[in-house]
Design a protein around this ligand. Sequence first.
Ligand code: Q9C
Ligand code: ZN
Length: 359
Amino acid sequence: MKAVLSDRHRAHDPKVETYLGVPVPANEVPERAEMIRAALVEDGGFELTEPTDHGLDPILAVHDAGLVRFMEEAWPEVQRQRIDREFLVADTYPVRNLFDGMSEELIAARPEPVAIGGRVAWWGLDSSNPLVEGSYDAARSAVDVALTAVDLVLGGESVAYGLCRPPGHHAARAMAGGYCFFNNAAIAAQSIVDRTGEQVAILDVDVHHGNGTQQIFWRRGDVAYASLHADPRRLYPFFLGHADEVGEGPGRRANLNLPQPLRADDATYLRDLDRALEWIGSRPGSVVVVSLGFDTYELDPIGDLALTTDGYAEMGRRVGALGRRLVVLQEGGYHLPTLGANAVSWLRGADGRAGVSGP
Ligand code: Q9C
Ligand code: ZN
């Protein structure tokens, strides 16, 4: 199997994030991708390739130009405004109740702030998403990784893996968040639609609901989104991911959320995976984009499900058995010691090989 990865992810190297306002060690760190890379190399069954530059157009096909401009300008502005910080996060957000009673028209006309502390809130979801000096460059490289995996699959590969970092599925049209800046999977799916004219399905198996991907395709019937995730009443992103969110307008019934119970095990999870796969299989299209997270793992420090390394092999096998071409893109997963084994297990399963046994 071909695996696309770039060293440029290392430029996004936050040391700290905040948890309920208090600094804690960052979870989404360069070591994550390095662990997976090492395991792919050691396995021997993966051909590692570098991404090619795809420019800004595919990003602007999905994201608001203002978000892209903010990402370009954020760190230079931190320096220009002489904010002495190692990372940028917001403290004051434009939450919906701020605008209670105001007309949609007047709300929409509120101007973007000029202070960088206001802009990071304007374009952001949450304060546990540190933006550092190299975040923009790394986020651009993650998009190139995803689009190069698309190139491989449209060029005839039956499956390609993109080791995207930073991840993407929390990033919406006009919003970063949840360790994500640009939505790699959404950009990949849009590019497949544009280049093939076919419908596309996105299967999201990260432990968190992909609110960004859902938002981008909410009113779209040509890109279906199916997600298994911890019930948002318990876990980030807290406010979206409920089962009654099915899409609207032309996108009605093209969104499927399957919230999972606390500590859901392989058997419980795989039953709902089969529902998602059946739903995807009933829709047209020959390519499926997978948002792959290993924060569903039993020892993940921020997830609350209980999947195993063997469970990932079976998950990969069932997704591979769909018989669709697969663009598999890395999202979360934060238990560093097992990330490599879990990735190899899932990908070997999808490739129709036997999984590796757990550590
Ligand atoms: N103390 C992805 O897995 N909040 N994003 C975490 C932990 C944000 C996770 C707080 C979690 C986002 C791609
Ligand atoms: Zn996640």
